[in-house]
Design a protein around this ligand. Structure first.
Ligand code: ZN
Length: 318
């Protein structure tokens, strides 16, 4: 189909949110807006198509009833969830299970891999990625004794960094950071530590045993290496391509031809404005390039995050 499917993003109020997502042209629900679910078929924020042949239809319904738009890939639900996140204060420290653990312990659900592209952050910003225990025994001791500041590993980040968070890797976004998150469409999060904070006078529920069961030990992941391809004045950063998803950043300056045989491409416009073939695109837009659209030409000065999945993604409940 030769039609782009633009989506209405779903904005979320969060205790740790701020106001910076307004720079994407969104009307914020409050001054604590933490998340924009730009491409989501999740029941907690199911995006609808803005216009065209499928106007008003939710992404979950489109995936159910028009699988041909997604190259006929398997799975019960649309495989990706793409969010813009504005963290004014720290998010809780958490970990996600892998597919195997989730299948057994979470009713056949999928585990979760996710990745982050840093859009903006304070000058001395850090992020929690991994931990400092040398093995599982030491990790368990540190957690049971509440020695979280020793346990948690923080690394410095800068605008433009890319971070991969495999299942089993402890992680947290810290205050002052704005990022784009691409993740598997899964719900399952184990909260390990919440900085002793209270919400409505009570601490939020922690999942210590589950976290201990799924966390990698030792766990000192680096920022991944990636390839940068230069074509004319444009640039493509191929951040990751694995069994969960492929994620690349396209920085265009002028025209750029993009070959495309993917089952679909999920696109978020992070900056600038231009066109995809003859369709105008601008900062803050989220859309899908459906199966069969074929090759396309980008033009203008834009920054677009594009993601897709392998043709045979992991299927829940095999
Ligand atoms: Zn996470």
């Amino acid at each position: 189909m030769k039609e782009l499917l633009f989506l209405n993003p779903v904005l979320k109020e969060c205790i740790w949110g701020g106001t910076r997502l307004s720079q994407f042209g969104y009307r914020l629900p409050s001054d604590r807006t933490g998340e924009c679910w730009g491409i989501s078929a999740h029941r907690n924020g199911d995006c609808t198509v803005t216009s065209g042949t499928y106007a008003g239809i939710s992404l979950s319904e489109l995936f159910r009833s028009h699988r041909e738009l997604f190259g006929g890939i398997g799975g019960e639900s649309f495989p990706l969830l793409i969010k813009l996140i504005d963290a004014k204060s720290d998010l809780s420290v958490q970990v996600h299970p892998d597919d195997e653990y989730a299948r057994i312990h979470e009713n056949g659900a999928l585990g979760k891999a996710e990745c982050w592209y840093i859009l903006d952050c304070d000058e001395d910003a850090t992020i929690v990625l991994g931990h400092r225990a040398k093995d599982r025994k030491e990790a368990e001791e540190m957690i049971r004794q509440g020695r979280f500041s020793d346990f948690i590993r923080e690394i410095p980040i800068r605008k433009g960094d890319f971070l991969m968070i495999e299942p089993g890797v402890i992680h947290a976004i810290k205050g002052g950071t704005m990022l784009l998150e691409t993740q598997e469409n899964s719900d399952i999060t184990y909260r390990l530590y919440d900085y002793g904070r209270l919400m409505n006078g009570l601490p939020r529920k922690l999942h210590i045993e589950e976290s201990l069961a799924v966390m990698k030990c030792p766990c000192l992941p680096d920022k991944p290496d990636f390839q940068t391809e230069r074509i004319g004045r444009s640039e493509i950063r191929h951040f990751v391509s694995d069994s969960h998803f492929s994620v690349s950043l396209y920085k265009t300056d002028g025209e750029l031809s993009v070959p495309n045989r993917n089952p679909f491409i999920a696109v978020t416009v992070l900056d600038g404005s231009g066109t995809l073939d003859n369709t105008p695109v601008k900062k803050g837009d989220h859309f899908l390039i459906p199966a069969g659209y074929g090759d396309f030409v980008l033009s203008g000065q834009t920054e677009l995050m594009m993601s897709t999945v392998p043709k045979e993604p992991t299927v829940a409940n095999p």
